[in-house]
Design a protein around this ligand. Structure first.
Ligand code: NAP
Ligand code: GCO
Length: 267
């Protein structure tokens, strides 16, 4: 296989969860360009319809389904439906996620559980649903969307950091338990990416100045910029393709250097 062909996803079925927009949408578009058939779900029909329209604008005939990834029965039923209507799933991206930015001692246990449910329990549920078919097919790829918070903490994101830290270890455990079936499970750890999820951290101040957190991230990122969803497309194709068949249990941080950098020194 030529080296460029090893990055091809021709003939593969890729399921990206929560991919009507944002990071998941960008990854799915990259996969389509690499030749994969795209399946995505989102939490309601309105989002799925908007997602289908967005894919159509890019000439991608995606398959969209309504499914709450925290609902194990719904996920298992959808998996069977996808396998019947589209084909068995070769590539799974556990992308769907939420965040609640609340100081820990002000956060209710229910709010904490909600974040853990979507960001950690759901990747377990969906991975468990697709692994049996991957084993029958002789292998597959699972990619979990981790975070800077898989490695670092910060104020107000205790539930999110706990979930994303756990997702890093779930990634390693799936790699450990299913590597013998030629299933590779890896993570992508995006840095700070400009999506709806981080919009509150980038809002202009009333006087038109940058949000303090926006300036903070610029000072913590050697690349001196927020990431865009485009920055994640190449790494995602790599981890979904034969080019990474001996990469397993790894979290690939796509962060512009944040994790390597103590922060801009005083001038
Ligand atoms: P986003 O813009 O909030 O999109 C998340 C998607 O997941 C939305 O479509 C959302 O639907 C969907 N979703 C949420 N809960 C769901 C559920 N229970 N079932 C099905 N779908 C559900 O987030 P993003 O910025 O694209 O982030 C995508 C992933 O990357 C997340 O896992 C996030 O933690 C991670 N991440 C983001 C960044 C960043 O800087 N943006 C950095 C590192 C990691 P709704 O619209 O209804 O919420
Ligand atoms: C936050 C941000 C981050 C990013 C991302 C960083 O509030 O700190 O939302 O958590 O979403 O996870 O990798």
């Amino acid at each position: 296989m030529g080296i460029l062909n090893s990055f091809s996803l021709e003939g593969k079925v890729a399921w990206v969860t929560g991919a009507s927009y944002g990071i998941g949408f960008a990854i799915a578009c990259a996969y389509a360009e690499a030749g994969a058939t795209i399946v995505f779900n989102d939490i309601n029909q309105d989002l799925v319809d908007k997602g289908l329209a967005s894919y159509k604008e890019k000439n991608i005939e995606a398959h969209g389904y309504v499914c709450d990834v925290t609902d194990e029965n719904a996920v298992n039923e959808l998996t069977k439906k996808i396998e019947k209507e589209v084909g068995r799933i070769n590539i799974l991206v556990n992308n769907a996620g939420i965040i609640k930015r609340i100081p820990m001692c002000e956060m209710s246990a229910e709010q904490f559980r909600q974040v853990i449910d979507v960001d950690l329990n759901a990747p377990f549920i969906v991975s468990k649903a697709v692994i049996p078919s991957m084993i029958e097919m002789g292998g597959g790829k699972i990619i979990n969307i981790c975070s800077m918070m898989s490695e670092l903490g910060r104020e107000t994101v205790s539930a999110y950091a706990a979930a994303k830290g756990g997702l890093k270890m779930l990634t390693r455990n799936i790699a450990s338990e299913y590597g013998k079936y030629n299933i590779q499970c890896n993570g992508i750890g995006p840095g700070y990416i400009a999506t709806p999820q981080t919009a509150p951290l980038r809002e202009k101040q009333p006087d038109g100045s940058r949000h303090p957190f926006d300036s903070f991230i610029i000072s913590k990122t050697p690349a001196e910029r927020w990431g865009s969803t485009d920055d994640l497309m190449g790494p995602a194709v790599f981890l979904a393709s034969a080019a990474s068949n001996f990469v397993n249990g790894h979290v690939l941080y796509v962060d512009g250097g944040i994790l390597a950098y103590i922060g801009k020194q005083p001038s």
